[in-house]
Design a protein around this ligand. Sequence first.
Ligand code: KIV
Length: 286
Amino acid sequence: MTHVSPARKQSEKALYGGTGSRRITVRDIAAAKERAEKWPMLTAYDAMTASVFDQAGIPVLLVGDSMGNCHLGYESTVPVTMDEVALLSAAVVRGTRRALVVGDLPFGSYQEGPVQALRNATRLVKEAGVGAVKLEGGERSAHQIELLVQSGIPVMAHIGLTPQSVNAYGGYPVQGRGEEAAQQLLRDAKAVQDAGAFAVVLELVPAELAAEVTRSLQIATVGIGAGPDCDAQVLVWTDMAGMTEGRVPRFVKSYAQLRQGLGDAARAFAEDVVGGAYPAEEHSFH
Ligand code: KIV
């Protein structure tokens, strides 16, 4: 019998850096919480970018409704439709082999109640092939989460700043500041866990409060602008890679300057075409 050291067993299982090649499931996410293993999540909106992240070992990809701002040219996530999320989720699933793909339920696709949520979440699972869905709201979305989970659809919840409510907030303010707001966030976190969510995104909340939520939950917390103590961290990929035009939120760290690089490539191509340097002999057929 081949001897496998405990250290190797651990690395096989790791969500990031693990050697396993089958698709990540929500059970792997639960096991990572037990091991206190931190993990990364990125958004993705197309097959090609998703395949880059999948091959880089990112274990969870979110087809976020941030596609509204980052991919579809809307001013917010509010106009995003089910058809758009279904189309792009299917592309991300096709571009990946290992990542757990989470499809985001857009504004208006679950607020009417659990039955509407189930109909739309089922569509993402059946048509697009996602392994889980995400929806916004804590106590207010608990009934929706409960029915989806009972129906066999894993749910990632999303509390703190919920961008689909931008018109009610009048912007994107930090949430959970002050005793009352902090208590509400803790109640929201408990409500989504009790409803059966396997993880919860904490967006734009004070780091100390996010740490308290993370300690108090058995499910994974995924922070964005929520300090270093969450179980996982998520960034919108266009922010993470320096593709976004203009200012990005303060919590973003950019790991590349793709916007500059892509613009430079386009200008170099244009100059070659205008100056006659492209196509050269090696690009031509005779
Ligand atoms: O839509 C999205 O990309 C999100 C993440 C920012 C968590 O909800």
